[in-house]
Structure formats: C-alpha cells, structure tokens
Design a protein around this ligand. Sequence first.
Ligand code: ADP
Ligand code: MG
Length: 345
Amino acid sequence: MATVEVRHLQKHFDGGRVRAIDGVDLATGEGEYLVLLGPSGCGKTTLLRTIAGLEEPTDGDVLIGGHVVTGLPPRARRIAMVFQSYALYPHKTVLANIVFPLRAARVPAAERDERARKAAGMLGIGHLLDRKPRQLSGGERQRVALARALVHEPAVFLLDEPLSNLDAKLRASARDELKRFQQDVGVTTVYVTHDQSEAMGLGDRIAVMSAGRVRQLGAPVEVYDDPADTFVATFIGSPPMNLVPRGEVLIGFRPEHLLPQEIVSGDRVTVGLDVQRVEYLSGDRHVYGTVRLGDEPTRVIARLPATVETPIAVGERHDFAISTGRLRFFDGQSGERTEPVRVAV
Ligand code: ADP
Ligand code: MG
C-alpha cells in the first residue's frame, strides 16, 4: 500500500491560458478513499492523470508512498487507473480481458491465470470468465474493468467517474460494491466524481474542487456541516444551503434546519416565511418561499421530514425558526467563512 501526495501542483494548457490545476496541495492517508468532487471542467481528470503520470505537471510534485515520482512513467508508479469509458476488448473473453495487462508485462502464464481468477473472485465475477463483454450487464462490465486494474496488484487505485455510464439504480448498488471492495482490499484510492451523493457515500474524505483549486478537504460531515466557503456550501447539499445577504455577511442555513417554529426549541431565530410553493420529494416536503431576515426579502427553501405534519398552505405566512447553532456566516465579498454575528430574532 501507499499514500498519494501532490505538492504545489500546477498544470497549464495552451501556453498558460488554461490553468487546469492551479496550485493544489493534498495528501491521502494509508488506505484512504479520497474523493475529488467538483463541477465539470474544474480539473479533476487532469489532477488524476497527473498523479498517474499521463500528464506532466507544469510545476510541483507528485509523491507515491512518500517518494517523488514526478517525471517517472505511469508503469513505474504502481498505480491502476479505471476511466469512465473502460474499453474492454469485445472479442476477448472476460478472462482474456483481465489477463491482458499481465501478458503485456510478460508475467508467466500460470501466474497470470491465478492472479486473474483471484481478482475476479474478489469482485464476484469468477463465474463469468468465459463470457464475452456483450453478454454482461453494465455493472458486470465495470467489475471486469476493475478486475483488470486489480491484477496489477497496484499500490494505488485511481478511478475517474467509473460509475457514470451506469443507470441510476445500478449505480447505487455498484457504489456499495465499490466501497465494500475497497474496504476488503484496503488499497489507497483516489476517486473522481461530479456527483455529490456518490462523494458523500464513498469518501473517507472529500476534496471539493473548483477552477483548478481545492476549496475544502474534509470528511463528508465536515464539508456538509462546516463548509469553508459559499461555493462548498451551495455545491454540496440538495437543495443547497440557503444564503441570505445582510450587511457585510451572508447568513447561511441548510433547508432541513429551517423548520416550523413550534418544533424548534432552545436558542433560535424566528422568521416569517411567505409560502410560494410546496413539493413532495421522496417523503420530504420542500417549501419554497421568501423570508425577511436580511437586507431585503430573500427566496429560501425549507425541507421538512415526513414526520413533521404541520399544515402549510401556499399563499400563507408561516412562522419558521432556525436553531442559532445551525447558522453559518460568510463574507459577502469573498464568500469565505467568517465569525458568527448576532442575528436579532
Ligand atoms: P474535469 O475532469 O473536472 O471535468 P478536466 O480536468 O477534464 O476537468 O479539465 C479541466 C480544464 O482543463 C478544462 O477547462 C479543460 O477544458 C481543460 N483541459 C483539459 N485537458 C486539456 C488539454 N489536453 N488541452 C487543453 N485544455 C485542456
Ligand atoms: Mg473529468
């Protein structure tokens, strides 16, 4: 096993016009599952390819297992990478697909087979070795690609949106499998996704990226509860965190913390919500409306669990409240987290 680290990493394209990676520092723990999360174009794939050695950094270093590998070719890095489009050879059997990289590396035939069968067994596809890719489901094909990566006995797994070709239902079960698999194997993994629920479900820690930089690196609960800035606050969470401008600051609170005032006890801020729309989504009630908490009326969303049965009608003003401890504050200019300010009730 090994850790992955990048130091002051920069990767520019087109003579510096595109800064795909614009100064990234991060380090995984031993056996950690680190997720790179961010919108399309923020530099996730470039960062992963630079770790793999498929791109040379403009500046900075990549370390694997504590050793600087910048400048070393991919095969010298003990990494295995699975891309979004994991091309399998259509005319080869599953077994032949899995052993292929070992043939290329001139591993003896008997050992090749043994390693391939072991990898296939770990992924629960041991019974499919004689089939061709077209005789497999999407999830099974994805596991073949993972097995093919696993036969290298890599020190590090690099996965770039490996589930994005699967349909929603399959994606959920493949996600569970991936997590269990990683726990069994214990290989340090860097996993790229733009899907926040995938990131929250899989990651030991999440690096939230935007425009070539890491905005925040933390456990799922940290980036959710204590976002470092308004980008993280609104990129994570569905619906996103509410932000109400007031003077120099933005007052932030999650939709599930804006609740009918009669069920919020302790220190709280109460606010009238002019209800404009109510939606039912997987058991929760999403209430859209306007509050007067800041400089001017602001649109917000409240998310009420099914256990809250308070009648709420469109067109009425309903008293809502937020526990004071749930309020977050951000600088109105920079968007960075700031010290709490007093919000009069
Ligand atoms: P993500 O994987 O987060 O969607 P990418 O790492 O693919 O983002 O891309 C980051 C940025 O770098 C984008 O603006 C993209 O257009 C640019 N980029 C990536 N690869 C190249 C390349 N080979 N040449 C020029 N620009 C590139
Ligand atoms: Mg990408």
